[in-house]
Design a binder for this molecule. Structure first.
Ligand code: CP
Ligand code: NVA
Length: 307
């Protein structure tokens, strides 16, 4: 049996594959908005496993599969046997005999890796505690739509050194841009993939103004990610001064974009004046989840399609 291609972290694909995916996302987006039917996946099924909540990830995968002519099935831990202790290896064996592709949102990255290791079909990471590759795929596509290539640009991350931030770092190395991160002390980004990230790719500190200086894109995320709810009060205190507001945006380049993977908490990590302001592209960013994931599904199942 040939090994299926998986998408478990951003570094699973190289620059050439991303070049293809971004081009293809634009094609599929244009086709969709023109009302053109493109259904290469008639009869194909995606299993979507959710161990954490979701709005965008669920809807974008489900809508995307439907648009490609296929079908997506929702499973969660409450109502599936995963919640009653069925091993993930067995779940992988069974799901991959009845579906053509699997998407999973869960806690530990190791669980996604175990699922992939026992699956006959491609597995996509729809967010773990460690990574959120589909999000950064959408974010970079959104940046390209608005500003052109991201190579050589500077992205500033203000807030928690979390799964989304860690995925930005992988993207910076793969695609060749710089990530500047400002986290509160105690919430710094930890590198988990064993790669060396030189100063041309990664600069980390605790000063939001220093991070956003010269940034082409300013981005943030909730102070408290899913799975860390017990730390909410402590985090609220620790993250004082880490809100992206108009004063902070004014320290970035004048044409800097603002992104947030959503859901957002106005008045906490971002001020309403920023997320609802002229530099914000968060709604394009959310919509683009669907377009890039359609390109990703097509790539994993059909290879580099160019028609
Ligand atoms: N950004 C994102 O993944 O959103 P959901 O949690 O709603 O899926
Ligand atoms: N960092 C957030 C992202 C949600 C889409 C979380 O993991 O909850």
């Amino acid at each position: 049996m040939t090994q299926p291609r998986h998408y478990l972290q951003f570094s699973d694909l190289d620059k050439n594959a991303y070049r293809h995916l971004f081009q293809r996302s634009a094609v599929l987006k244009r086709r969709q908005s023109a009302g053109e039917l493109y259904r290469p996946l008639v009869g194909k099924v995606m299993s979507m496993v959710f161990e954490k909540n979701s709005t965008r990830t669920r809807v974008s995968f489900e809508a995307g599969m439907a648009q490609l002519g296929g079908h997506a099935m929702f499973l969660d831990t409450k109502t599936s046997q995963m919640g009653r202790g069925e091993p993930v290896e067995d779940t992988a064996r069974v799901l991959s005999r009845m579906s053509d592709i699997i998407m999973i949102r869960t806690f530990e990255q190791t669980l996604v890796e175990r699922l992939a290791a026992h699956s006959r079909v491609p597995v996509i990471n729809g967010l773990t505690n460690e990574y959120h590759p589909c999000q950064i795929l959408a974010d970079i596509f959104t940046f390209i739509e608005h500003r052109g290539p991201i190579e050589g640009k500077t992205v500033a991350w203000v807030g928690d050194g979390n799964n989304v931030c860690r995925t930005w770092l992988q993207a910076a190395r793969v695609l060749g841009f710089k990530l500047k991160v400002a986290t509160p002390v105690g919430y710094a980004l930890t590198v988990l993939d064993g790669h060396e990230y030189g100063p041309d790719v990664f600069e980390a500190g605790h000063d939001p103004e220093a991070a956003v200086a010269d940034a082409d894109l300013v981005t943030t995320d909730v102070f408290t990610s899913m799975g860390f709810e017990g730390e909410f009060a402590a985090r609220l205190k620790a993250f004082e001064g880490f809100q992206v507001n108009a004063a902070l945006m004014a320290k970035a380049r004048p044409d800097a974009l603002f992104m947030h993977c959503l859901p957002a908490h106005r008045g906490e990590e971002v001020a309403a004046e920023v997320i609802d302001g002229p530099q914000s592209v968060v709604w394009d960013e959310a919509e683009n989840r669907m377009h890039v994931q359609k390109a990703l599904i097509e790539y994993l199942l059909l290879g580099s399609v160019n028609h």
